[in-house]
Structure formats: structure tokens, C-alpha cells
Ligand binder design. Structure first.
Ligand code: AMP
Ligand code: MG
Length: 315
């Protein structure tokens, strides 16, 4: 890809950025916390490209950005507590983790296959204009290569990602400069990450103390892990052929009952991973066995192999 262009903070800039995102491309955009790397959260390939552009070694779940509470209610299930907190702090630097709404249409890669979803309505006027223009949920982690500090200016985004993303919408410096606070409300209220909104303000609004900790990897509430997070079937990795009774998931030259990507394309493999895990699990049945062809351990392949190793780990 060529050098990444900067789009101005104008109607034309927002329209172009929205067009690119609707076309499955990635655009960095300003929020009041840090610059986000935005992609269409309903598009498996776009979400896979986010992980590729950042060089993330893991498919951790991403925050989904929406223009308002009404749009947020279409992707997550709000109870009275969640609605009150949302009304008190949105738009603003607060992310809520809530049960995923059935039929919300999000790529399972956005939620890492979980049955919960992290959502936020940002306050930055350009972010809101962009989200309205896209008209779809936008997945957006911070717009920096994995392991580097979060960008608070368009120039920081280009330092790390120029040539790897389609555009940056330039909104100047971010006001808050730290990430959003993440409040888990899928179980007992829990502070999952400190950030732009102080925990004390949330406790005051909730009228109760927050549990600290819990994460997507170690959920605070039991039962947060969906059945498709890890298959019920036994999983074997590095397979070149199926053994008796196994469902084989191929990749590239290794043909199977299913394939992560027949052409050996990593973005396609990442985009299809959670769909394939479910499908193979359904084909194999609870007492069945699934074998996966080897996936090269570089680029997106590292995140794919990380997820497959977890699926294969004894439980
Ligand atoms: P970022 O990379 O800044 O977008 O951060 C996303 C954060 O949100 C990570 O710490 C994730 O683990 C957390 N997160 C996203 N979705 C969920 C979820 N469904 N449950 C728990 N934590 C989540
Ligand atoms: Mg980050």
C-alpha cells in the first residue's frame, strides 16, 4: 500500500472516511481518548485486517463504537442499570461490556467469539459524524502497532501505521489522551480497565462498589465464555490428513472437510476462524474430534495459532 493519506476534518473528509470503512478498508479517526483504528464491525475481512495492520499476536476482543444509545441497543442487551450508566456518561470515555444481542450481525472476530460485547459512544464530534455516516458499528482498537503507545495525534498514527491503512481522519490532538474506562456489566459490576472516567464517578452513579479486575481472558462472571469460544470436540493441531473419525480443517495445500483458506490467505483464514470453529464443532459433535492443518506462524498466523492452541488445550 502507498503512503497513507490524511483526510481533513471537514464534511468531505468524513464522507470519504465513511466510504472507505463501508468498503471494508481501515481508517484511523480521532476520539476524545486516543485515535482509533476503525473498521466495519460487521465485516469479517475488515476486522481481520485490523489485527493484521496492528500486528496483534492475539485475537483479543475489540471495542465497538456507535453514534448513540439507540444504535448501541441494537448490538447489546441493556438492563436498567446499563441504560442509566449509559445515559449518565455517554457520549464519553466509558466502555460498557454487555451481553451481545442475538442477531446483532457483528463479526465473531470482534468479540473473540464471546457472548459479550464491549461498546462505546465517543464524544468527539468528528468521531460521531463519522459513525453516523458509516451507519454500521465500527470496531476500533487504538491506532498503533501492537505493543506501542496509543496515538493522540494524526502524525503519531502515521508514524506507526503509514502504508498499512487506507486513511487517517485528522482531528488534531485528543483531549483525554488515555483509553476509555471499561465497566463490565454482563455480571456483577466490575472495573475491567481504568481510564478516562474515574471509578469513583461510576460507583457514585451505580450506588455500589465495583469489583476490580476480570477480563475477556479471565471473565469476572462465570458463564461469560460462549460455547463457541472453545469447541466441545477434542482438537489436534498440525494435521496433514484426517485420522479415522476426525473432521479435518484445511489451510492452503492441505484440503479438508472445511478450510480456513483454500488459497492459504491469512486475512481470509482469520476472518473465517470463529465461523469454522463453530461449524467444525457442530460437524464433529461433542464427543468428536477436529484436526487443523498447520498455519504458518507469522503475521496473522500467530494470532490464529494462539487461538487454535487455546482450543486444543485440555479443559
Ligand atoms: P483496545 O485494544 O484499546 O480496544 O482495548 C479493548 C479492551 O476491551 C481490551 O482490554 C479487551 O480485553 C476489552 N474487551 C473488549 N471486549 C470485551 C469483552 N467482551 N469482555 C471483556 N473485555 C472486553
Ligand atoms: Mg491499545
Amino acid at each position: 500500500m502507498e503512503k497513507t493519506p490524511i483526510l481533513p476534518a471537514s464534511d468531505a473528509g468524513v464522507t470519504r472516511a465513511a466510504e472507505l470503512i463501508r468498503g471494508g478498508q481501515l481508517v484511523a479517526f480521532p476520539t476524545e481518548t486516543v485515535y482509533g483504528l476503525g473498521g466495519d464491525a460487521t465485516d469479517d475481512l475488515a476486522v481481520a485486517r485490523i489485527f493484521e495492520a496492528k500486528g496483534r499476536p492475539r485475537f483479543n476482543p475489540l471495542i465497538v463504537h456507535l453514534p448513540d444509545l439507540a444504535a448501541a441497543e441494537r448490538v447489546a442487551v441493556f438492563d436498567d442499570i446499563a441504560r442509566n450508566v449509559a445515559q449518565a456518561f455517554w457520549p464519553g470515555p466509558l466502555t460498557l461490556v454487555l451481553p451481545l444481542r442475538a442477531g446483532a450481525g457483528l463479526s465473531p472476530l470482534v468479540t473473540a467469539g464471546l457472548s459479550t460485547v464491549a461498546i462505546r459512544v465517543p464524544a468527539h464530534p468528528l468521531a460521531r459524524a463519522l459513525l453516523r455516516a458509516v451507519g454500521r458499528p465500527v470496531a476500533a482498537p487504538s491506532a498503533n502497532p501492537s505493543g506501542r503507545v496509543s496515538p493522540t495525534r494524526a502524525a503519531h498514527v502515521l508514524d506507526g501505521l503509514s502504508g498499512r491503512i487506507a486513511a487517517v481522519l485528522d482531528g488534531g490532538a485528543c483531549a483525554v489522551g488515555v483509553e476509555s474506562t471499561i465497566l463490565g456489566l454482563a455480571g456483577p459490576p466490575a472495573l475491567l480497565r481504568p481510564g478516562g472516567i474515574p471509578a469513583e464517578a461510576l460507583e457514585a452513579a451505580l450506588g455500589q462498589r465495583l469489583a476490580i479486575g476480570g477480563s475477556a481472558e479471565k471473565p469476572s462472571a462465570p458463564g461469560q465464555l460462549a460455547s463457541h469460544y472453545a469447541p466441545g470436540a477434542a482438537v489436534r493441531l498440525g494435521a496433514h490428513a484426517a485420522e479415522t473419525g476426525e473432521i479435518l480443517v484445511g489451510f492452503g495445500p492441505v484440503k479438508g472437510d472445511l478450510s480456513l483458506s483454500e488459497t492459504g490467505d491469512m486475512v481470509e483464514a482469520a476472518a473465517s476462524l470463529f465461523h469454522i470453529l463453530r461449524e467444525a464443532d457442530a460437524l464433529a459433535g461433542p464427543a468428536g474430534r477436529i484436526a487443523f492443518a498447520p498455519v504458518p506462524d507469522h503475521g496473522l498466523g500467530r494470532a490464529i495459532n494462539d487461538r487454535l492452541r487455546r482450543a486444543a488445550a485440555p479443559r
